[in-house]
Design a protein around this ligand. Sequence first.
Ligand code: GLC
Length: 728
Amino acid sequence: MKIKTSRISPSTQLFRFGKPYKTEAVILNTNDLSFTETEKLPLFKCEKTAESCKLTYTMNKEQCIFGLGESVGGINKRSHIYRMWNSDDPCHTEEKASLYGSHPFFIISDENEKIGVFIDYPTDFQIDAGFTRYNVLSIEIPSENFDLYIFAAGNELQIIREYLKLTGTPYLPPKWAFGFQQSRWSYPDEKTVTQVADNMAAAGIPCDAIYIDIDYMDNYKVFTIDEKKFPDFKKFTAKMKERGIRLIPIIDPGVRIEKGYSVYEDGVKNNYFCKEADGKTDFTAAVWPGLVHFPDFLTDQVRSWWGKLYRLLWNNGIDGIWNDMNEPAIFYTPRKLDAAKKKITEQAINNSWDFFEIRDSLNSLANRRDDYSEMYHFAEDEKNGSINHKNLHNLYGFNMTRATVDEFKKDFPNKRIFLLTRSSYAGAHRMAAIWMGDNQSWWEHLLLHIQMLISLNICGFFYTGADVCGFSGNVSNELALRWMQFAVFSPLFRNHAALGTRNQEPYNFDDKTTNRMRHFIRTRYKLLPYMYTEFVHAVKNLAPLCTPTAFYDKSPQSLECQDEFYLGRSLLIAPVHQPNAQGRIVYLAENHPYLHVRLYNNELEDFAVIQPGNFYMKYSTDEVAFFIKENCGIPTGIIENDGKTFNTIEIIAFVSSIGTASYYEDDGETNDYMQGNFFQIDFTIKKDENNSFLIQADKHGNKLPDIKNFNFVIIDESGSIVRLAFAL
Ligand code: GLC
């Protein structure tokens, strides 16, 4: 059987099966196609019928699988089944195959060979990564139309770079997004939001953003603001911004069916909503507002209409948006609800199975795959002018993101958008950030946060994070502390909780716990110069911010390590993620010593040089610890009393011969950095024969630096410390 092929780059090849739907995940041109036989497909055995395709690859014992973005499982994704089907499923237990996003890019890797695979196909398919048979990776696509990309660049980082060249440069949020963010469902009104800000301030806890969940709206009608709750929204957002706090309102795609509500009326009048099979009736389902219609984001016209609706918020001084429920989530459809009600009232209960059936008839209404078969999009190039939603389900959130971002860019061509979105598909990483959805206050989900940070970074979502302390359920003090302690290193650091759960804002614990959380958050601000420098470096170099140690060290222990990662070029992070632990074993990879740094009071009080290999690290809940790699330095801020700002950078460096450290700044808000309007200073720290240190600086960019003073704290391999100062 013949398929088409094209060489995208010397190391990347496309294999085109049939006539795939153009998802827009890929930004490079893929036109130049020639024919080949499926038998000639590298790596995979291909079994193809008219409706489906099964690709199988035989793995050896050592091979790991990295990537697959938002999914459960470890850093090594092997031994699990994944289903590419965006789902609103709030119970992320081990056996779940689908979460809110689908990112079908992964790397099969062992010491000898590294292969990247990306399947560009917009709806349900399965990747069995050695679950059914440990040595077989099988990909089953229920269609003959999809694109398969195979990357054969030398190592994992090069493969990721090729993938990102294909799908786009990762999203860079504004700088304030790296600060601490507080959220809860819900802070419904001005008074509550003010109270949150006041409480933070009174507790000495810096915070850059507060989220406002669905209750700020009038009756959950998107693009409305309840004036009883926010009498002068514009004035209020300005007042909050003066205090250094941005408000981030939520927007869901479901438009409440209500006469006189302009978004609904416009949508109906202009045929902007998804339809039923007849192509005429607007498809109806229930979400938070009750019965809604869903915008048909597939068309330019609807995206442009929707994107402009955000002006209500931008014009009120809003700087960031939170797009939610865009799988789209469906609680029920009226038809299925009626059928379930009928069953409950009419079916006799003769035995327990009848009872279970009746009980489940309501329970199974939400997040049902078959609901999506009843929903249609307008599609000009399709035969009957429409396309069934189930055929491109994973693109719904992606296209809502496009709608938001594209119109924002027209209104604010040079401004970086802050957009957090729940549902996504491959390629969305170039437009917005995602969070990891409705997790629980479980220790397992703290670990999942760590692991997903890596798998999402591999797929280009560098700026991401989970609901810190957990969304559903009540968090224990200990878990809250451990989660906040880890999240100091999570690019998105947002504490968010569900309605009805324990109040988990940092000030809502006993004094001792709050004091520790204050320390964690202030430490985040202290480390922000490093985080931001490394983040921008990651974006510019198409190299993930968070990477597994296994990318650099193929020792068996490193390959098995599922709870450590490198953050940027200089830090190894090893969080405690288990209850009742006083510390943990850390595997120090790459056969060089590390500097173990423990911060108790935002200062470098406690450090030790640790040799590579296994190390039992004591890690209490009143410190923040990390490891600096040999010959690396990290820029940190000497934080002022506000817990947030700084005028001097302190470079903490661990140097045995020649070390490097970089510090980067830009305006934090615009894309001017692309035109050279940034300041970067790259230091080389050389140790000479007399054990003294020489510092050299290389400056780049056109921006005048905000920071002029750099203090150096340099520790060598014997643990001796030298302090130096450098001024611009
Ligand atoms: C969804 C979101 C959650 C939000 C809630 C209410 O469950 O994932 O973050 O708080 O809806 O809007």
